[in-house]
Write a protein that binds this ligand. Structure first.
Ligand code: ZN
Length: 317
């Protein structure tokens, strides 16, 4: 049996100032900060997770905000656009909202769908597309009512230095189905309702450089821990060298770099973000894995304080 991923589990990117990151993803986009923790491999840096109310797989974007970080260059070997799904009929609401924050956007069509494309405060490329698929958001924040809110990821546009090889991984390792070609893009579909449509420009993109405003990796969903073990085997069989299984507290992870240069992760749906916090109060306290608790005071001292705040409370007009 060939394994098939349901689609994107999360996307992880680099940012600069952590408060500006919160102000954009919670304040402008209306997402929920579902987890405030640290980079487990570099505990002097936050790891911030934004998603829908419960932080469901397929809705989660995560950031390592390094204050004063140098900007990267978006290019091959990275996610080019992170695509968010909004409810049908809400594009005009989002045009008005982006305008009200002074965020310029362009409009594009792909595979018969209409996209609003813009950048976050660090230059990360984002787009919004209306779709019927995917459960409606239940989260209301910052002037985005639940019935207009982002539902989660629609998918992503992958920038590959070797698109044929990236297409091979998507189909033969991740079990996606190629469903179309349009204007130089190939489209691949995973089995889920969110994070399931992956668009790949079939012309190689010159290699980018990591830094603020670029994606570090994209993670694909494994249904449970047993399936995760099978995924690790499938990645090996596909000719790649996966890392050992790593416990990321909210999911288990394995990583491998595909030949188009993009760092892929396979992440488990369980246990999720309520494993160490009350679902009603996700993201409010700094959460540390057990093995860092004895250094909490030192870690907290090294982090800039951040808060989730209504856009109106900002100094801009
Ligand atoms: Zn990850």
């Amino acid at each position: 049996m060939t394994l098939q991923t349901a689609g994107i589990h999360h996307i992880t990117a680099f940012a600069g100032d952590p408060q500006a990151n919160v102000d954009f993803y919670a304040g402008v986009l209306g997402l929920r900060l579902v987890k405030k923790t640290i980079n487990f491999d570099a505990p002097d840096v936050y790891h911030l997770y934004f998603g829908n109310e419960e932080g469901a797989p397929g809705t989660i974007i995560t950031f390592f905000p390094f204050p004063g970080a140098r900007r990267g260059r978006i290019g091959g070997g990275q996610v080019g656009f992170t695509t968010y799904v909004i409810p049908a009929g809400t594009s005009e609401f989002w045009r008005e909202r982006l305008r009200s924050f002074g965020i310029s956007f362009t409009e594009a069509d792909r595979f018969g769908e209409h996209y609003l494309q813009f950048k976050d405060n660090e230059g990360l490329q984002l787009e919004l597309v209306e779709r019927e698929d995917g459960a409606a958001s239940t989260w209301t924040f910052g002037g985005v009512p639940a019935d207009k809110a982002i539902k989660g990821f629609g998918g992503a546009v992958l920038y590959s230095v070797d698109p044929q090889r990236t297409a091979y991984v998507l189909e033969s390792v991740l079990g996606m189905e190629k469903v179309g070609e349009f204007a130089g893009f190939a489209r691949f579909r995973a089995t889920g309702e969110l994070g399931n449509l992956i668009d790949l420009p079939m012309t190689a993109v010159p290699r980018g450089a990591g830094g603020a405003g670029t994606v570090h990796h994209i993670a694909w969903r494994a249904a449970d821990f047993d399936e995760h073990e099978m995924w690790r085997g499938a990645v090996s069989s596909g000719g790649f060298q996966p890392t050992p299984v790593i416990d990321r507290q909210y999911f288990h992870a394995v990583y491998f770099r595909e030949e188009g240069g993009i760092l892929f992760e396979i992440a488990t749906d369980p246990p999720g973000f309520a494993v160490d916090e009350d679902p009603m109060h996700l993201g409010e306290e700094l959460m540390l894995p057990e093995w860092y608790e004895n250094k909490r005071a030192q870690i907290e001292n090294g982090l800039l304080p951040i808060e989730v705040r209504e856009p109106g409370s900002r100094t801009q007009g």
